[in-house]
Design a protein. Structure first.
Length: 402
């Protein structure tokens, strides 16, 4: 997918610039042409000679270099690319992009380009979460700038949190997805996928309900990632604040029974991913609003259908790959393995949802992929990155087995 793609790589001034030589190597291994612009800040971390040697091209630095301007002006530089990748993208360069500043070669190229732009942010966690940076991020997104990462972890400044530049394989995967989408094809083109997401609400009476803390972020991200790989995706979602993902057919439901019905109607599908936090029980409902009285009312529960187990039942029409999520607060891996066996699904994505993990409702998730081949533990990643990795694994499986 990256063969002969022309990537203009802008290297800004962050410690993650030290990952750039490896990024260039991996891009070139895949047949991409890489040309670099190095900012003054970037040059504090990586030398122009290294970038030139690894990219096999000149490393551009100076806006007012007469020789460069006569050979390859900044306008041509910004146009003779299929995509501009800013990695690392510092808070400073993001702010300059938003403001439309053009005070060096990198920002001038970014302002002058008519090509897609992708950024791989990297900075201290407080800088990343600062309202200024978050608002800049939103503005860049509305301008169709693609964003890969950052992920959570130890930061070079000694603090821990969100702000690590996405790892090289994630950046390569994001570029690959971009070109696949751009070309209107991906490894899952022609495959139907069904994804569940969000909580279910189980009414107690006409005004009260039982629910859980699922935000739908993880499930919606899975639906988006599968669609980006070309799958035709139906998302069955409980009530969430998440926007309907682009290019995905969304069916909104409230209760577990409605979710079961919508899923059955969405079949056949080659791929199923059950990320919803489905209520195990519904309340034997009172038709009328319960009245406060002498006695505290006792709720009577009925077991809900298990959607994952139902969709995993062997037989004709069973989806080729069924993936469940396991939300556990103890013995994470063991319980996930048991769930995989009990529900007859192919893979389980196990996540620790104990208090403080942030899995329910948060932006990051730490998961373990449990398959017939064993357990793979992934680092803490943003839910979007978890979804992208999972979608990549699904695509690889589908190409081998379905
Ligand atoms: O929505 P977020 O805030 O982003 O949070 C994401 C998440 C934590 C909800 C998600 O990552 C997750 O773990 N989803 C599964 C939650 C859950 O219900 O887990 P469980 O261990 O209770 O169920 C195991 C599997 O069975 C799940 O795939 C679930 O969708 C499925 N199930 C459960 C009960 C039921 N009646 N029907 C089902 O299909």
């Amino acid at each position: 997918m990256l063969e002969n793609r022309r990537i203009l790589l802008i290297v800004a001034g962050g410690i993650a610039a030290v990952k750039v030589p490896d990024l260039i190597r991996r891009l070139r291994e895949r047949g991409a042409h890489v040309r670099c612009i190095l900012t003054n800040g970037g040059a504090q971390f990586v030398t122009p000679l290294t970038l030139a040697a690894l990219s096999g091209d000149k490393c551009y630095q100076d806006l007012f270099d007469l020789k460069d301007e006569s050979e390859m002006g900044h306008i041509r530089l910004s146009r003779e690319a299929d995509i501009i990748l800013v990695a690392p993208a510092t808070a400073d360069i993001m702010a300059k992009m938003v403001a439309g500043m053009a005070d060096d070669l990198a920002t001038t190229a970014l302002l002058a380009t008519d090509k897609p732009v992708m950024i791989a942010p990297s900075m201290n966690v407080m800088m990343w979460t600062h309202p200024a940076t978050q608002s800049n991020l939103q503005i860049l997104k509305t301008r169709e700038v693609k964003v890969v990462g950052p992920s959570a972890g130890d930061l070079a400044c000694g603090e821990v949190g969100n702000g690590r530049m996405a790892e090289v394989p994630e950046i390569i995967a994001a570029l690959t997805r971009f070109f696949q989408k751009n070309d209107g094809r991906g490894p899952l083109t022609g495959y139907k996928a069904l994804v569940t997401s969000g909580p279910t609400l189980e009414p107690i009476d006409p005004v009260r309900y039982i629910a859980n803390r699922s935000s739908g972020k993880q499930g919606h991200a899975v639906a988006t990632a599968l669609a980006e790989l070309g799958a035709s995706v139906t998302l069955v979602s409980g009530p969430t604040h998440e926007a309907d993902p682009d290019g995905v057919a969304v069916i909104h439901v409230e209760t577990a029974r409605q979710m079961m019905k919508a899923c059955s109607e969405a079949l056949p599908a080659a791929i199923v991913v059950c990320a919803a936090a489905v209520a195990d029980w519904s309340v034997e409902g009172a038709g009328q609003k319960l009245k406060k009285g002498d006695k505290t009312p006792a709720l009577k529960f009925t077991e809900n259908p298990d959607i994952l187990a139902t969709l995993s039942q062997p037989g004709p029409g069973r989806p080729g790959l069924v993936v469940g999520f396991a939300a556990e607060t103890e013995n994470l891996i063991e319980n996930a393995k048991l769930k995989r066996a009990k529900k007859n699904c192919d893979w389980v994505v196990a996540n620790d949802v104990s208090t403080g993990s942030g899995a329910f409702g948060g932006d990051s998730n730490t998961v373990h992929l449990v398959t017939a081949d064993g357990v793979e533990s992934w680092p803490t990643l943003r839910k979007r990155a978890v979804a992208e990795r999972l979608a990549e694994r699904i695509a690889a499986y589908v190409q081998r087995h379905l």
